[in-house]
Design a protein around this ligand. Structure first.
Ligand code: GDP
Length: 298
């Protein structure tokens, strides 16, 4: 079994390729929940949703969130009454958020809720939220301390940030299923996700680093040169005091990583790293990358 650590864009692209190389039942994905948010009566777990929809064959792979071809009737009605609706949620996607919220309110864990949803959607990969208790990412801005979703979706990242913080401040325990998925893995792949908002929250769950230390861990950089392929990773890396490039990502992961992969276009020199085509503009590039990785680790 191969276990991935994932956010909601870069690693899901790699997972799309992995599905051509591995069977879904041999894939486990530990997913960031640091961006989760209660919104308009539902509970959004954006990275879990993206990974789940990917394996269910429903994902909108133009945006890497939401359900392909979804309608937005509910959003249009709500927006007229609540002009502050800063996230456009599709109708089918919203149904999932409402059900998740209901089940959480009934006392189910996020792990159980995710398993039930995955069963409903016929997903045979194992999709695991990193924790069953919240550890939510906030950023300090001139507008105050705001949820990461507000920073990225409402303000489109167009506001300076001076700190990244988490609520609650105490790190949360990884779930027993997460620990098991690392223990059982032949290799663990940290996909090319945002190191600060997607991977660090998973690494911060108590127990994860200790388990990873015993495993063959491969990490793929989400940076090419001094820019991430997409998203706010550069600003976040700088805020955390790291270089906004692959060397910063390498430093952030430290000695947890046994093999570091950077893009062939990357000019940053990193000792021991290998360079492959990581720019996954098509599922074919993603599956070729996945095949290359597996030949080096299995
Ligand atoms: P989020 O939860 O939506 O922020 O998604 P992730 O954290 O999973 O992914 C965001 C990161 O994916 C960004 O830092 C991007 O640079 C990276 N990314 C997106 N597409 C690619 C790609 O094709 N190749 C690489 N190497 N990184 C990518």
């Amino acid at each position: 079994m191969i276990t991935f650590l994932s956010g909601g864009t870069g690693t899901p692209k790699l997972l799309q390729g992995a599905r051509h190389v591995l069977s879904d039942s041999d894939i486990s994905v530990i997913v960031n929940t640091g961006e989760d948010i209660w919104y308009q009566g539902g509970h959004i777990s954006p990275d879990v949703d993206t990974v789940m929809y990917l394996f269910a064959g429903l994902l909108n792979t133009e945006t890497w969130w939401g359900v392909r071809g979804d309608s937005f009737v509910t959003h249009e009605i709500i927006s007229r009454l609540l002009p502050d609706s800063f996230m456009a949620i599709g109708d089918q996607d919203r149904a999932v958020h409402i059900i998740r919220g209901e089940w959480l309110k009934q006392g189910m864990t996020l792990t159980t809720v995710t398993r039930r949803l995955c069963t409903h959607f016929g997903v045979s990969a194992t999709i695991l939220p990193m924790a069953d208790t919240p550890w939510t990412t906030y950023v300090q801005t001139a507008k105050g301390k705001i949820h990461f979703q507000e920073y990225w979706v409402r303000y489109r990242g167009n506001t300076e940030i001076s700190a990244v913080m988490h609520v609650p401040t105490e790190e949360q325990p990884a779930t027993p299923d997460v620990i098991h998925a690392i223990r059982m893995a032949d290799a663990v792949i940290i996909g090319p996700s945002n190191p600060v908002t997607s991977i660090l929250p998973i690494l911060s769950c108590t127990g994860v680093r200790e388990e990873l230390a015993r495993k063959n861990v491969i990490a793929i950089s989400p940076f090419i040169g001094d820019r991430p392929v997409s998203g706010p990773a550069a600003q976040l890396m700088k805020t955390m005091g790291y270089q906004a490039d692959s060397s910063g990502v390498r430093a952030l992961y430290g000695d947890l990583v046994d093999l570091f992969i950077q893009d062939i276009r990357d000019t940053v020199a990193i000792a021991g790293a290998i360079q492959l085509d990581t720019l996954m503009n098509s599922p074919k590039i993603a599956s070729d990358l996945m095949r290359e990785i597996l030949t080096r680790v299995l």
